[in-house]
Design a protein around this ligand. Structure first.
Ligand SMILES: NC(=O)c1ccc[n+]([C@@H]2O[C@H](COP(=O)([O-])OP(=O)(O)OC[C@H]3O[C@@H](n4cnc5c(N)ncnc54)[C@H](OP(=O)(O)O)[C@@H]3O)[C@@H](O)[C@H]2O)c1
Length: 263
């Protein structure tokens, strides 16, 4: 699938804001149809109207809470009921949290696992089994640079993204020569609502963060090229892939904790 070909229909989770909304805008600008999902119906409808007005495409909105036990299965059933085919799956929905694990609400951490890990795994499995008979498809999973080191004060979030980074690369290898590619996108900090929602309002000023537009474009282009793993910033690539592995683990954990406001 070249970048100039019409790219087919993309299912984007977490399309109501941030990076997910920008994936939708990029895909629509290439002439691709969309299935937009997240919980906020009004935000999805507003995006659908914008994209159908600005581009010659069709967008469907399917509001769903993907963190419920049957959320991904119910979404998949609704896609079938509407006779839609998913050519591209972008697993982007996710959220974080902040604070010492023992002091945090356990249910909120389990909810994070339900969304960041279980819903991504379920949707990938469901959609892959539709793609395999077609012999083609693209999957982009939004992991994080947070998944490349353990994160004191964000323990569950970092672990959930380590799962996404690892899982995506492993299944990409399993799918070699099937016509289906899986790409993991590992962004650094991105200026979205993520930090407010994760109770991390003062964590970093937006000036130091990448824009959701630039991160979505890097992820989307990497997915279209069938790349395995992409980080949006070369300095982070250098630090996390080539320097951090050689730093003693305890020192790395201390630095990560201080970066997150701990001591
Ligand atoms: N911002 C960063 O610095 C950063 C860095 C690395 C990775 N990431 C990852 O990038 C992805 C997108 O985050 P973002 O930064 O764009 O933040 P965001 O603006 O908060 O977007 C999160 C999206 O997930 C959706 N979502 C949350 N809970 C959901 C649920 N239970 N069911 C269905 N959808 C749900 C939200 O929509 P509703 O509220 O409408 O459901 C929203 O569309 C996440 O996976 C995040 O972990 C972000």
């Amino acid at each position: 699938m070249g970048t100039s070909a019409i790219p087919g229909t993309a299912l984007i989770t977490g399309a109501s804001s941030g990076i997910g909304k920008e994936f939708a805008r990029i895909h629509a600008s290439r002439g691709g149809n969309l299935i937009l999902t997240a919980r906020r119906k009004d935000a999805l409808e507003a995006l659908r109207e914008e994209l159908e007005r600005d581009h010659s495409i069709q967008a469907e909105t399917i509001p769903f809470d993907l963190s419920t036990p049957t959320g991904p299965q119910d979404l998949h059933k609704e896609i079938k009921r509407r006779n839609l085919t998913v050519d591209i799956l972008i697993n982007n929905a996710g959220f974080g949290g902040h604070g010492a694990f023992a002091e945090q609400d356990l249910q909120q951490n389990l909810h994070m696992v339900d969304l960041n890990i279980k819903s991504l795994m379920s949707l990938t499995h469901l959609v892959l089994n539709d793609m395999i008979p077609q012999g083609k498809g693209r999957i982009l999973n939004v992991g994080s640079t947070a998944g490349m080191i353990p994160g004191p004060l964000h323990a569950t979030y970092h672990a959930s993204k380590a799962f996404v980074n690892s899982f995506s690369q492993a299944i990409a290898s399993e799918l070699k020569d099937t016509g289906i590619t899986v790409t993991a996108l590992a962004p650094g900090t991105v200026a979205t609502d993520f930090f407010e929602k994760a109770d991390m309002g003062g964590f970093r000023s937006p000036k130091q963060m990448a824009s959701p537009q630039s991160v979505a474009r890097i992820g989307y282009d990497a997915m279209m090229k069938g790349k395995l793993f992409v980080i949006n910033d070369w300095k982070l690539t250098l630090l996390l892939r080539y320097i951090a592995p050689f730093i003693p683990r305890k020192s790395l954990l201390t630095a990560a904790k201080q970066f997150s406001g701990g001591n």
